[in-house]
Design a protein around this ligand. Sequence first.
Ligand code: FAD
Ligand code: DHB
Length: 392
Amino acid sequence: MRAQVGIIGAGPAGLFLAHLLHAAGIRVVVLEQRSRDYVEGRVRAGVLEQTTVRLMHRLGLGARVSQEGLLHAGTTLCVDGDPFHVDFAELTDGGAVTVYGQSEVMKDLNLAADQRGIRILYDAAEVSPRALETDQPIITWKQDGVSRRLDCDFVVGCDGYHGVSRGCIPASVLETVERIYPFGWLGILSEVPPCNHELIYANHEHGFALASMRSPTRSRCYLQCSLSDSVEQWSDERFWDEFSLRLGTAFTPRITRGPSFEKSIAPLRSFVCKTMRWGRLFLAGDAAHIVPPTGAKGLNLAAADVAVLGDAFAAWYGAGDASGLEDYPRRALDRVWKAERFSWWLTQLTHRFPHMDTFDRHMQVAELSYLRQSRAAQAAFAENYVGLPLDF
Ligand code: FAD
Ligand code: DHB
């Protein structure tokens, strides 16, 4: 098989890139180890920045997100049960985010790929990129037990944090930076109306809580939990009790309890692979960087990476201009570090750290009090939350 660009991974990064390249007349093949149902069913991100929604419109994928996405022009922060509101629209000249589940984004990307004839090969086993330091890289894999091979000009690793691509970069050139957080997020989905029309980020002595949603009838709720916790230790009743406590009395009467139909624990990590290009291999999305989920930047960063990379490939194939490809790591990393900073900052501000002393807690409460009272502080928060423009 032959393609100009071989993409590993059919998550948001891989499929947004496939559409961008297809629109520029570049032949792509996407190889994904999981099934299509698995990728579309994975419960993950829920908040889209304006640049991500704009990218969907630019690619002709915006019909459903316009109709079904929930526009949020603000959010609530809550400190030991005492809430305050941040008005994104007023602080950022009309800025807002859109609540629209990652699984819906994946369905839109897949359906349009079917219609446009973009080749996505699911259930590809033992995917292995090779000869990346040459001008003729290849990807080998097994489909239904049969060995296959793709010859291409470039390989893009969009295969997430646990993928194979990053590991192909020799240790002597690979530069990574990481921070692990000493807690996790326990998340549930429940078919009950959200307790507020916008998201609530709560800092409580017991730890962080987040009230989010997927639709007017479906709640997505998170609690900071211990990394040693298992979902079996968290009955729905225990979850709702703790969630109500952390949100406080202003919201407790508005919480509708219901059975969860998804419950999982995710660790929190900040990670950047500074080597986003090696030879003919490029990395994009979670393959190159992870943010803690606080602030909802992961999917949006994946989309921003491939928007830059897509333009770079279009310039290379259209005009033989290599400058965009050469500049990709610098341009992408500039944005990545800003999102890393924001996600780290919001995590620090809202979570309970195991070794926090009285001074640390006072610093947290003072910073939240400053955010409550200062328009300048709120404007900085809002500007980052709705998403920095692509070339900030
Ligand atoms: P992935 O989505 O991980 O896709 C990588 C793909 O590569 C997968 O389909 C995988 O199966 C495939 N793959 C892996 N290895 C191989 C291989 N060897 N061969 C072939 N294929 C392979 N982000 C936000 O922006 N907003 C949010 O609100 C938000 N909330 C989140 C909540 C939770 C609980 C979690 C866990 C994440 C959240 N994120 C959020 C982060 C977001 O989901 C990720 O950043 C996003 O999925 C990254 O997209 P990606 O395409 O880079 O990687
Ligand atoms: C969601 C996840 C986040 O990390 C966040 O900051 C906001 C919302 C969500 O899954 O809905």
